[in-house]
Design a protein around this ligand. Structure first.
Ligand SMILES: [Zn+2]
Length: 330
């Protein structure tokens, strides 16, 4: 079962389509103004049917095949002429095709009767509009990433400086997003103290993968557990659609990001929900990104063995360390 689509989202899609089509019509008019001959050619090509009838009436002695062949030749000549005029003016041949925001569904929201990934992402964004994820991704992305923020001093007990570590990790994160969904490692756990750049790099990856047209669901562990509880108990009617969406997308979305694992209120039920979520992702061979302040040893003792062994088997553990940047930069 999937959640209903609000009328405002239908309007948005109608509007996007209309805009793409009117922009295309506008480009066509501009070209006509610049090169009036192209308008004549387009008109002549459009009237091929009428021309055929006229030619037939004017020269009844010719056979139908002969007339059609002539017409075909003439059309080809017109098309060639148009091609050359466009080439000369350096205008691309497809200038009058509508440019849709989503090339897959041509801004209809559907491909082969199924919801297009752009529509799924739109529904996710709608559910999270209030959380400001989109704005956050405008600030936190690979373009705004600044390695200079990380200390060059090697801390006691570490082999490399936070900066060197971050240089490696960010390279890995970039490759992850660039090669997605054929990325190796397929899933990662970013672990380390607060303010060491974990969430920032999750944001960078999310932004790039969204820009590449994949769907991303970004949740804190706490949001995930509350949504599952809501889905099960139906306590709050207003939350139902959102809970349903999260429940459906946990195993469907291209990339799931669980931020701050360990911040949720852990009990037997939430532990089972978390296991179910991570296990589903593995079974469906879907990539997942986790960030946590907990060291691997702490994860092992906190979560059930079977969850930890999934992490061990399917996730790459990526360490983050260094001073808390959030307190330093304030
Ligand atoms: Zn689409």
């Amino acid at each position: 079962m999937s959640i209903p689509i609000q009328p405002k989202i239908w309007h948005e899609y109608d509007e996007k389509r209309r805009q793409a089509e009117s922009d295309a019509a506008f480009r066509r008019m501009e070209v006509y103004q610049k090169i009036p001959r192209i308008r004549e050619i387009d008109q002549a090509l459009e009237q091929t049917g009428i021309s055929a009838v006229r030619a037939y009436l004017q020269s009844p002695e010719k056979s139908k095949e002969e007339l059609l062949l002539e017409l075909k030749k003439n059309n080809q000549k017109l098309r060639n002429e148009k091609k050359e005029l466009l080439l000369e003016a350096q205008i691309p041949e497809n200038y009058a095709d509508p440019v849709y925001q989503c090339p897959y569904c041509k801004d209809t929201g559907f491909v082969d009767g199924k919801r297009c990934r752009c529509l799924v992402q739109r529904l996710i964004d709608d559910a999270y509009e209030a959380s400001g994820i989109r704005e956050e991704l405008m600030r936190n992305n690979f373009q705004t990433f600044n390695i200079g923020l990380f200390s060059r001093n090697v801390l006691e007990g570490q082999k490399v400086s936070p900066r060197k570590n971050m240089a490696n990790v960010s390279k890995m994160a970039y490759a992850f997003a660039e090669q997605f969904p054929n990325n190796e490692p397929h899933s990662m756990i970013f672990y380390g103290g607060p303010g060491t750049g974990k969430t920032f790099l999750c944001d960078c990856i999310a932004k790039m993968i969204l820009d590449r047209g994949f769907t991303v669901l970004y949740l804190t562990a706490n949001q995930l557990c509350s949504a599952m509880e809501e889905y099960r108990f139906h306590r709050n009617a207003e939350m139902q659609d959102k809970a349903q969406l999260i429940h459906d997308q946990i195993s469907e979305v291209d990339l799931l990001i669980i931020d701050d694992l360990g911040s949720e209120y852990l009990n037997q039920v939430t532990a089972a929900d978390l296991f179910e979520c991570f296990n589903q992702r593995i079974l469906k061979n879907k990539a997942t990104l986790v960030s946590t302040n907990l060291e691997p040893e702490r994860l092992r003792s906190l979560y059930m063995d079977r969850l930890y062994s999934r992490f061990k088997g399917y996730y790459q553990f990526v360490p983050f360390f260094g001073p808390d940047l959030r307190t330093i930069n304030r």
